[in-house]
Design a protein around this ligand. Structure first.
Ligand code: GCB
Length: 598
């Protein structure tokens, strides 16, 4: 799927702004053939939850309506007009002039529909019905129940099976983009590099409707440097500039579509030339062993919730670079197109994660139970997420396949990998991702503490062992010497089990209230957070095939309330407003002293 752009053959109309909004009252359903009757408005793109002062709207589980009008200028009406949503969380039914024209389920990937046949002259009415409901068939996973009162009124309830607030709404930009009637429909780019000569071979496969396609490769200054051979789809670039972490270099594949010699459509796809490979316990980028330094993140900001917030994205990357970090994971769902494009330009390395979070039915740290070889908590019969999982693997790879910043796919976060049935569930998904990714990037899933070396039933599938561990927080609370011992023992066990698999940490952290200090280094203090990270660093530095540290979390973030959450999760090393806690200083010094390549 190509990102909407404007050029001499295409244009983009922006439908962001303030839309009409209404919470569905199921006793009095909305009549979509008529304009939405409401006095409430919501900004788009953004979550609706923190824009309201009405707790009943903020916490409502169910259906919501958004509406706005739009018109298409005469000059564009003979173009192909495509309506595109960057994401609607979690499910959307889209109506134009009261008629449903598309539906999409899955809250973190784009979808689009051709509008031409649905338009009327003059003003058109665009209505979107949104659901924030989650259950055991969706990703992420929610625990769903409903109650019906004596009058037949249904109350729906979703209990998030994950640790972030279930923000919902039209989260990413809504655009109408035009293409000519004959158009370029997709571009797939696969770079390879001969490291002895410095020559890159780039395969560019463009598809189009009714066009003859040619592709030129331009360098960052816009100069043509190679032409793609129409039969082999290959271009050769001698002395190629590589896309490097922290030092991005982007080429452009300039695709031109002609009919009888006349240029009809054009598209510029930016791309980086870099290779990624896992070999002998190392994670190689451009044939050199890379060390991940960075974060698990969230798309989470004040007021916008999970809605696109480009200023925060820019700030976050600047803060990362200032700290000497080089990477993050899109925990726990695919992030916006805009963030991925920014990371390509900034040289930030990304582990791209699906929204498969919450695939577990119990969580009790009973480590003895899970190590039984026949341990089965029923997760893999209760979960009916396979179809959603397959769909999102298709969508994330289709959207992000050309991004130089993406070096690995994470198929899931913290599933019940210790329960019988895990291998059977995951093996076909890994196979699907391997088959779909044209760049054949490494794959992982992120495993939690119960999925220890003795208990995990599917770690043979991953290329990199990505571990989330909270020794010194949920276990060994406040006891860093014990945490150190347990951490070391577990890492040694993984190393022994898989001497050739790189190991990295994708989460470790301690809740820390900014401004709380303790002369005794007690939990929740800024001192404890710093000591916690020092302890982990010490053990990481002892491990031979350890390829990276991504801590939890970049910034404090909103969650549902609970006895362990005071206005959210406080494991950020920055506050939600991006003010640094004490640990930032320690980690900055450490990361500036660890080279990206070792
Ligand atoms: C985890 C989850 C993450 C939570 C974190 C925590 O293991 O992957 O979503 O926020 O722990 O802080 O408990």
């Amino acid at each position: 799927m190509l990102y909407p752009v404007s050029n001499t053959d295409r244009t983009v109309l922006d439908l962001d702004g303030t839309w009409k909004f209404k919470v569905e009252d199921e006793q009095h359903p909305v009549d979509v053939t008529q304009p939405l009757v409401t006095t409430t408005f919501m900004a788009v793109p953004a979550s609706f939850n923190d824009q309201t002062v009405d707790p009943a709207i903020r916490q409502h589980d169910g259906f919501f309506w958004y509406e706005r009008d739009f018109s298409i200028m005469h000059a564009l009406q003979d173009q192909r007009l495509v309506l595109r949503f960057g994401s609607v969380t979690h499910e959307a039914w889209v109506f134009v002039n009261g008629i449903e024209i598309t539906h999409h389920k899955g809250g973190f990937t784009p979808f689009e529909v051709v509008l031409n046949d649905h338009l009327i002259p003059g003003k058109n009415r665009l209505t979107v019905k949104v659901s924030n409901l989650l259950d055991h068939t969706t990703l992420p996973v929610g625990n769903y129940h409903e109650t019906t009162d004596a009058d037949g009124r249904v109350t729906r309830h979703v209990d998030e099976n994950f640790d972030f607030f279930n923000y919902a709404g039209i989260h990413r930009p809504v655009k109408i983009y035009t293409t000519p009637r004959h158009f370029i429909s997709d571009i797939t780019i696969v770079p390879t590099v001969d490291f002895t000569t410095g020559t890159a071979a780039v395969t560019v496969t463009a598809t189009g409707e009714g066009l003859d396609l040619t592709t030129t490769i331009c360098d960052a200054a816009g100069q043509a440097v190679a032409t793609v051979d129409p039969t082999t789809h290959m271009a050769t670039i001698p002395h190629a500039h590589l896309w490097q972490p922290g030092n991005a270099y982007l080429y452009t594949a300039h695709v031109t579509g002609t009919r009888s010699g006349e240029v009809i459509d054009q598209y510029d796809e930016p791309f980086g030339i870099r290779t990624v490979e896992v070999k002998a316990g190392q994670f190689l980028i451009n044939n050199q062993p890379f060390y991940f330094k960075g974060f698990g993140k969230h798309e989470d900001t004040y007021v916008n919730g999970k809605g696109l917030n480009q200023a925060y994205n820019v700030l976050d990357i600047n803060l990362m670079k200032q700290m000497g970090a080089n990477s993050f994971r899109t925990s726990h769902y695919p992030y916006s197109d805009e963030m991925m494009r920014l990371c390509d330009r900034e040289g930030i390395v990304v582990i791209d994660e699906t929204p498969a979070v919450g695939l577990m039915t119990r969580f009790d740290f009973n480590m003895d139970a899970v190590v039984q070889p026949d341990f089965n908590d029923g997760t893999w019969t209760k979960m009916k997420t396979e179809a959603a999982h397959r769909q999102v693997i298709h969508e994330i790879i289709d959207r992000d396949k050309n991004h130089a910043c993406v070096v690995m796919w994470s198929i899931a976060n913290e599933a019940a990998n210790y329960s019988l049935g895990a291998h059977e569930y995951f093996a076909p998904l890994f196979q699907l991702a391997r088959q779909l990714d044209p760049q054949k990037r490494p794959l992982t899933y992120v495993g939690e503490i119960q999925a220890s070396p003795a208990a995990d039933k599917s770690s043979d599938l991953v290329d990199v062992l990505a571990l989330n561990r909270y020794y010194g927080w949920y276990l060994d609370t406040g006891d860093l010497p014990a945490a150190e011992t347990h951490l070391r023992a577990e890492l040694q066990a993984w190393q022994k089990l898989y001497p050739d698999k790189p190991i990295m940490f994708t989460e470790y952290g301690a809740d820390t209230i900014a401004g709380v200090h303790s002369a005794y280094g007690e939990p929740f203090s800024e001192e404890y957070q710093t000591d916690y990270y020092r302890t982990y660093s010490k053990v990481f530095d002892e491990m031979p095939s350890f390829v990276g540290e991504q801590l939890w979390n970049f910034a404090d973030f909103q969650t549902k309330f609970g006895i362990q959450r005071v206005q959210g999760n406080k494991k950020g090393i920055f506050t939600r407003a991006r003010e640094p806690k004490q640990a930032v200083q320690y980690l900055s010094e450490r990361w500036h002293n660890i080279p990206d390549f070792g």
